[in-house]
Design a protein around this ligand. Sequence first.
Ligand code: PMP
Length: 309
Amino acid sequence: MSTETYLPFAFFEGKIIPTELAKVSIMTNALQYGNAVFGGIRGYQANNKKNYYIFRIEDHYRRLMSSLKILNQKIPYNLDFLVKTTVGLAEKNLPKSDFYIRPISYAANYEISPDLSKVNFDFAIYMIPLGEYLPVNKGLKLMISNWVRINDNMIPARGKVSGGYINSSLAKGDAARLGFDDALLIGNDGHLTEASSANFFMVRDGYLITSPKYADVLEGVTRRTILQLAHDLGIAAVERMIDRTEVYIADEAFLTGTGAQLAWIAEIDGRVIGNGKIGPISAKIQKLFFNIVRGNEKKYSSWLTPVKV
Ligand code: PMP
């Protein structure tokens, strides 16, 4: 997927301006050192093709605030402002399809050292049209990367810190060159963590299993959503460490994320997962998830913020 199109307006340096004018200098500290945190939020078109909903926007911005706190940085905007600005920008951008919102808070100074005590973080938002980031109906072919997942005392994986994404880029780039859709990464302690930009779930003996928050995974908003849906559907779910070989013999497996949505896995390292088709538990959760994000499940409407276009 490459991003050749973008929606016309961005929020940059406190104002809404044309996206093509939202530019930073080559001297920007964040560009040198990855000193930035970001978010990824989806806007979904309702089935009537008229309404749009932003999914769990507050939760995404809470995580952005937590990521900033981990870096010991502050921005002059509160949650309410971030939500209102994003919704206002989406309304001005007049999306014509599902779209993706990328807020980013970055060390904007021309500071030459990687010293986080010397920089100020600015905040910007841009938006792009976005359909599937990974195929959701085809069955993913994954590999286990030999790149080790960053850990909490190196670059915290629980936050969405730009510099940490070198780890994702290496794993994803190598997987793509080898013909895989994505890669799963093992953590420093030898357990499975997550994919390059999505959380991992598997089903064994009727239990839905995902790595715990202390396993060097991003605290995914979709991950939390899926655990809630499993609970509501009466599917037993556990957060526990996962061994590499367990994933080979799982009955079902899938990735979750704002980009990935819920994408089921057909193969890992050449081992077919289950019977190579979407499993019953994955299918049940996937169906409910897509109904929710398009506004067809009243019970979950508090997760949706309407965009009036
Ligand atoms: N892990 C990583 C490394 C990611 O980049 C993402 C995408 N944000 C996820 C998991 C999924 O998180 P979320 O459901 O909040 O999008």
